[in-house]
Design a protein around this ligand. Structure first.
Ligand code: HSE
Length: 302
């Protein structure tokens, strides 16, 4: 029996569109065992569509892709998913399924692929590396996918920071959130983002928290996607007033993340809960999360 645990991830982190991401301490767990016939079971009712309980399920599809990659036939499997990452909210639930499927299949097949090969395959399936790479490696990942090859560097986020996460009760598909983006950007917008993404990484490495508010600003995706997320601007400004060091849309949204000092995390979250009630901006769950430093873990349980 194979057990895999994969972290949630936040991608982009403001200006790092399609190249920056970080793993968070919220996890999906997966158990895969060989069986007489295919079956799939969800431990929790996550409101998943029925198609996810068939062979169309993303975990199974990723396992299939793995077996096709190694040129072997997939065995019949029983899959049990215990999902805690909310779906279609910008917290890397699809990437967690892809990574979980690949890691489980690799273990089942006797580990023919290395972690780096699995990460690369996950990037090819997902199409961009900023969720799958941190889901595999943990920490903050700066990633480039060129000619289907993954180049990346991991940096360890400081334990002085907490990531207070606002998760709305509505979904926003990544496909829809990518479609709304323009095909062309001005040189000024490109410079705006390159400078801020670079400053963000350097500030995380040098622990210069004063730069965070500026370095998470973005002109590539947030202004466009914000039109699909009512109250985004209000949540950004309330977070800043409540003392956030920086606020950004998580991945393709609709979740929003505020970076705060760990010693103030509870006070900040409580203030924000009452502010969100006062401004009547819909139903948003507030979760205090921290960086996950290890990424996906796989174990064979005898
Ligand atoms: N970089 C991706 C995007 C993350 O913003 O579309 C979501 O998968």
């Amino acid at each position: 029996m194979i057990k895999v645990k994969v972290p949630a991830t936040t991608a982009n982190m403001g200006a790092g569109f399609d190249c920056l991401g970080m793993a968070l301490d919220l996890y999906n767990e997966l158990i895969v065992q060989e069986a007489d016939a295919f079956s799939i079971e969800m431990k929790k009712n996550t409101g998943m569509p029925k198609s996810h309980l068939t062979k169309d399920n993303m975990v199974y599809q990723s396992m299939l892709r793995f077996y096709s990659e190694i040129g072997k036939k997939i065995p019949e499997v029983k899959i049990t998913q215990d999902d805690n990452i909310p779906m279609t909210r910008g917290l890397g639930s699809s990437s967690a399924c892809i990574v979980a499927g690949l890691f489980a299949a690799n273990e089942l097949a006797g580990k023919p692929l290395s972690k780096d090969e699995l990460a690369q395959l996950a990037c090819q399936i997902e199409g961009h590396p900023d969720n799958v790479a941190p889901a595999v490696y943990g920490g903050i990942i700066i990633a480039v996918l060129e000619d289907d090859k993954l180049f990346h560097v991991k940096i360890a986020p400081s334990d002085e920071l907490s990531f207070v996460t606002f998760i709305p009760n509505f979904q926003l598909s990544t496909a829809k959130a990518r479609k709304i983006l323009p095909n062309m950007y001005s040189r000024a917008d490109a410079v705006f983002n390159i400078s801020r993404a670079s400053l963000f990484v350097a500030s995380m490495m040098s622990r210069n928290w004063d730069n965070l508010a500026i370095s998470v600003n973005d002109k590539i995706h947030q202004p466009y996607r914000g039109t699909l997320i009512p109250s985004m601007e209000q949540i950004f400004s309330c977070s800043a007033e409540a003392g956030a060091k920086g606020v950004f849309m998580s991945g393709a949204g609709p979740t929003i993340i505020a970076i705060v000092g760990r010693e103030h995390e509870r006070e900040f979250a409580d203030t924000m809960k009452s502010r969100l009630n006062e401004i009547e901006c819909g139903v948003w769950e507030t979760k205090i999360l921290h960086a996950d430093l290890n990424g996906a873990e796989v174990n064979e349980i005898l």
